[in-house]
Ligand binder design. Structure first.
Ligand code: GCO
Length: 454
């Protein structure tokens, strides 16, 4: 199989990296920033691996100039980052923190000076704690809170930022944070999960409409986590289990956004969302996004399980299957991106951008280098799968690697390393990994496409 080269993707294909505020910024209570639910959650013992937290993270708040210079040197022309709502509105509403606005203005201006396009994610999980104390995503008032926040961001940054994403992975922050309780704010049960789902789905479209009303030439998207899900066997009950998990994990938020409503037929418990819906809500769920961000990392194998309520299904861990596994415990399966592009291509969305894909390893720094050839191989195979989808006419127009620099990986703390740049957390020293150097050649020098896979 020949190696893809960036020239295969055409000159308008967006190459970028993705990051998120809580995972890289640090400065968790500096210059007027208010606490977020992740600041609060990570300070609770037992929540995070080794009780680690993002108080300092990668110290991007102070190191953004040199970090962006590294990014430019690697040849990337697109940088996806999220805004910390609590840095801009410390109490979630009303009083704006000028220092927060100023920080993001400096990041945006630095990007543009370096020839890098900023791609902003409005919400990447770090809700202001003050709003959580009023119920957070379970309180329908969040529709107003979110629109107030969105409007401040578009008016502050919209003159220089063209690419906007409304939410990051609503399935994950509603599911892990409001049903399982393993992410902030640590809520559990359907009584929290269902209202959070509906309010997030409404903010997804209301946010899109608001950005469009304020920024006529903006390119507006939103992002979805997704996994390629296969049944564990050809038995009908495993096939049906895979359909129910695919409905929950892959369809729940994209289908209301494209006008199909909630996928109740394949997951009847979703009918209970009606308890939280006002008459006009159904019509307010769709929005014609300019692009959808696909965020895929792996394949999952589903089987029937009597003991799991509502979905009657569970996922067989990769560690219990005879497959290669990443430092996240996920199967290393580059083909999954092709199946997800094909799946989301069926919704006839104008454009698909892979806004997250990457590989977590236990990278080791040795003699000033990080030799992560397995990450290079994963990226190559994945890009071949992206090319396979493009050649079948699926409108995939960009790939953002997760992530620029090793950072705080939520409940897993700093243990898994996804970055193209190694971060030595002891002294915040950056070292470009071999995979980062490969990217530089791939983008800048367009590796000849007859190089063989390792
Ligand atoms: C997510 C988030 C990122 C993660 C990345 C690796 O998809 O969970 O968007 O913040 O760090 O995906 O898990």
């Amino acid at each position: 199989m020949s190696l893809p080269s960036s020239e295969h993707f055409g000159s308008t294909f967006h190459w970028g990296v993705s990051t998120a505020a809580y995972q890289i910024e640090g400065a968790h209570e500096e210059d007027g920033k208010g606490p977020s639910i992740w600041d609060h959650f990570t300070h609770q013992k037992g929540r995070i691996y080794l009780n680690q937290n993002g108080d300092q993270a990668c110290d991007f708040y102070h190191r953004y100039n040199s970090d962006l210079e590294i990014l430019a040197d690697l040849g990337f022309r697109n940088f996806r980052f999220s805004l910390s709502w609590a840095r801009i509105l410390p109490q979630g509403t009303k009083m704006v923190n000028a220092a927060g606005i100023d920080f993001y203005n400096r990041v945006i201006d630095r990007c543009l000076l370096l020839g890098i396009q900023p791609w902003i994610t409005l919400y990447h999980w770090d809700l202001p704690l003050a709003l959580q104390k009023k119920g957070g995503w379970t309180n329908r008032d969040i529709l107003d809170w979110f629109q107030e926040y969105t409007s401040i961001c578009t008016r502050s940054f919209g003159d220089r930022v063209r690419h906007w994403m409304i939410l990051n992975e609503p399935m994950v922050f509603t599911g892990a944070g409001h049903f399982l309780g393993v992410h902030a704010p640590g809520m559990k049960g359907l009584k929290n999960f269902l209202p959070a789902i509906h309010h997030a789905a409404l903010c997804q479209s209301l946010g899109g409409r608001l950005v469009r009303s304020e920024l006529s030439d903006a390119s507006i998207g939103t992002t979805f986590s997704c996994s390629y899900i296969e049944p564990a066997s050809s038995r009908e009950r495993d096939k049906q289990a895979a359909i129910r998990l695919d409905t929950l994990l892959n369809r729940l938020f994209v289908e209301p956004a494209v006008g199909l409503g909630y996928p109740v037929a394949d997951l009847p418990v979703l009918k209970r969302l009606e308890e939280y819906m006002n008459p006009a809500d159904e019509a307010n769920l769709p929005f014609d996004f300019d692009f959808v961000g696909i965020q895929n990392y792996t394949r999952e194998i589903a089987r029937y399980s009597y003991w799991v309520p509502f979905v009657k299904a569970n996922l067989i861990k990769a560690a219990d299957r005879d497959v290669p596994v990443s430092a996240m415990g996920w199967e290393i399966y580059p083909e999954s991106i092709y199946y997800m592009l094909r799946k989301f291509g069926q919704y006839h969305i104008k454009s698909l951008i892979i806004t997250e894909n990457g590989l977590a390893l236990n990278d080791r720094l040795s003699e000033g280098k990080v030799q992560d050839q397995s990450r290079v191989d994963y990226i190559r195979h994945t890009l071949n799968q992206v090319l396979r989808a493009r050649r079948q006419g699926i409108p995939v127009d960009g790939y953002f690697y997760w992530t620029f620099i090793d950072n705080f990986e939520w409940a897993e703390g700093f243990y898994p390393r996804f970055g193209l740049v190694y971060n030595d957390y002891k002294n915040q020293k950056r070292v470009i990994k071999d995979s980062g150097l490969w990217w530089r050649r791939f983008i800048r020098d367009q590796i000849s496409h007859n190089e063989n896979f390792i």
